[in-house]
Design a protein around this ligand. Sequence first.
Ligand code: NAI
Length: 271
Amino acid sequence: MAYNLLKGKRGIISGALDENSIAWKVAEKAHEEGATFVLTNAPIAMRMGEINKLAEATGSQIIPADATSVEDLENLFTKSQEILGGKVDFVLHSIGMSVNIRKKIPYTESNYEFFQKGIDVSALSFHKMLAVAKKLDAINEWGSVVALTYMAAQRTYPFYTDMADIKAMLESIARSFGYHYGVDKKVRINTVSQSPTKTTAGSGIKGFGDFFDYANAIAPLGNATAEDCANYCITLFSDLTKMVTMQNLFHDGGYSTTGVSSEVLSKFGIE
Ligand code: NAI
């Protein structure tokens, strides 16, 4: 059921790789809620061609941009305003990649070149997006920017390796930039800390399947799906959350504040 929450709003949605991507669901929901938007992803991801289906289904245009390139991002924000007919109201940063994770390198033996690549792609890209948007004055007052993160930024999950540190940086950028952009232009910046979700990025993590089940057994409401996450992002893009900024918002079925659940205890024979 749609509520017209984004009627008349314009946006930029990054990170839709295939139909499992969280960004894919956000695009579908944003379309249902009346928004117009541009889709963007790394030029390499375009080769898979999946994104064309989403563009067709949502009446959107695609602008390739490597999120580590300021030049690409300048082009993205400039062209998006031309295509959409004005400044944007919302931006989704849904970009994450760790070469150390991909290559299954243990945290204590991290390769620093890969580590820096991870920082550049998954955290600094957020700063670059915001800096470009601010410089070009591309976001309307009360506009809303959301980036996706994971709770390993607060608590240790050994398998999440360097992405834990990278997500901590991403969340910090939301607070730091949120201050400046809020004061200057009333633009809001938040991170959503999502449950483990079966996507390309998620499933690349060692032992992801078991961990997914574990988190599901801890969370009183169970794991939040990509679709649930999209719904939450839509509320953050809407005017209903106008005074929410510089927050890291847990979207995890109650996982982050549950110590242990009866379901998990029962696996140890504890009633
Ligand atoms: P996904 O693999 O579908 O999306 C990741 C996206 O990042 C892809 O579309 C990829 O092409 C894009 N990307 C990679 N390098 C890029 C670059 N240089 N420039 C532009 N785009 C680039 O996976 P998912 O899970 O939808 O990931 C989206 C976000 O959600 C990520 O930030 C991820 O860390 C976060 N997240 C995912 C969770 C999960 O369990 N899947 C849990 C919590 C957060």
